[in-house]
Design a protein around this ligand. Sequence first.
Ligand code: ZN
Length: 194
Amino acid sequence: MELRVLGSGPAWPNPGGACSGYLVSSGGSHALMECGPGVVGRLRAVLPVRDLSAVVVSHMHADHFLDLVPLRYGVKYGQLGGERPPLVLVPPGGARLLARIGRALDGDPHFFSDVLHVREYDPKAVLRLGPMAFSFQRVRHYVPAYAMRIEAGQALTFSGDAAPCRELVRRRGAATCARRRPARLRVRPASAGS
Ligand SMILES: [Zn+2]
């Protein structure tokens, strides 16, 4: 399993950086955790959008999903996608929020869903993307938010914006932490920097 840090800035990107975006890959499958401002360009520097298995969003704060707007434009007008629309997995309630944003931006509640395959994940279910198994844990934040544990031989836990809480410790288990440089997990910044 490989983790590439596309962006790790706070809600305002650091100079030359991007907000949250972490590309985790295993066995030819690629999942983008978070799609914050500035992430799509950095993703394209390392992986064609058509090769993306899914975008998985931990919670619906703008700095974690707002680059779905340029992703949508790139797929619709820039032929960035493949034969099937990119799969975008958002937490419960996320699809309705995207519909509201689409209406505000373009007068069209289907602004995202006509171009991207938007689905809400079930936090109680295991989500499989190729060899990677995603499980979710509700964590402490201002809005409903989920930490993700990804297993594919190794295990990785991504906290998102979670405040310190027991739920996160439980979910982390024996996994390495996405925001540190673990010993066994291959971690590298994207070529565009982090
Ligand atoms: Zn947040």
